[in-house]
Design a protein around this ligand. Structure first.
Ligand code: HEC
Length: 121
């Protein structure tokens, strides 16, 4: 993705146009679900540590640039959570990295499981 964004012909207006277009699209097709066996733990961790930034139902807080988490694939969420925890996702929100650092593997799986089961908008 970086080489595309580095293109000097890609203006801020063009990036804004692409963002508005993407925001207008419905969630496409069925999204990948987790096993559905860890929803309880995922829900309580989410309410305790994530809802203040990502919204009570994972809808995100657009004005604060906090992304929506519902309607995303289980596999994608789990991979990103691992990359955020390890610090490999370079642009991660620092407060969020602090929250996720002490999380065990099972905690990340349960969060991704819970979020992937929420109804997509
Ligand atoms: C202090 C606010 C804050 C907290 C607390 C927080 N996040 Fe985030 N989160 C963000 C922001 C801002 C981004 C977008 C930038 C980035 O990737 O860091 C983000 C990005 C993400 C992404 C990547 C989304 C995508 O589309 O790629 C996931 C997944 C995520 N957060 C999950 C969580 C979970 C689960 C928790 C609770 C354990 C949590 N976050 C706590 C602010 C927060």
């Amino acid at each position: 993705m970086a080489p595309i964004l580095d293109d000097p012909d890609l203006t801020l207006d063009a990036i804004a146009d692409v963002a508005s277009y993407l925001a207008s699209l419905p969630v496409a097709g069925p999204t990948g679900k987790g096993p559905g066996t860890m929803i309880g733990l995922g829900r309580s961790l989410y309410i305790q540590d994530c809802a203040r930034c990502h919204g009570a139902n994972g809808e995100g807080i657009a004005e604060q640039f906090n992304p929506r988490l519902v309607g995303q694939h289980y596999g994608y969420l789990l991979r990103e959570l691992k990359l955020i925890r390890s610090g490999e996702r370079g642009n991660s929100n620092a407060d969020m990295v602090g929250v996720l650092k002490p999380y065990a593997e099972l905690d990340l799986e349960s969060l991704a499981d819970f979020l992937s089961q929420l109804p997509a908008p």
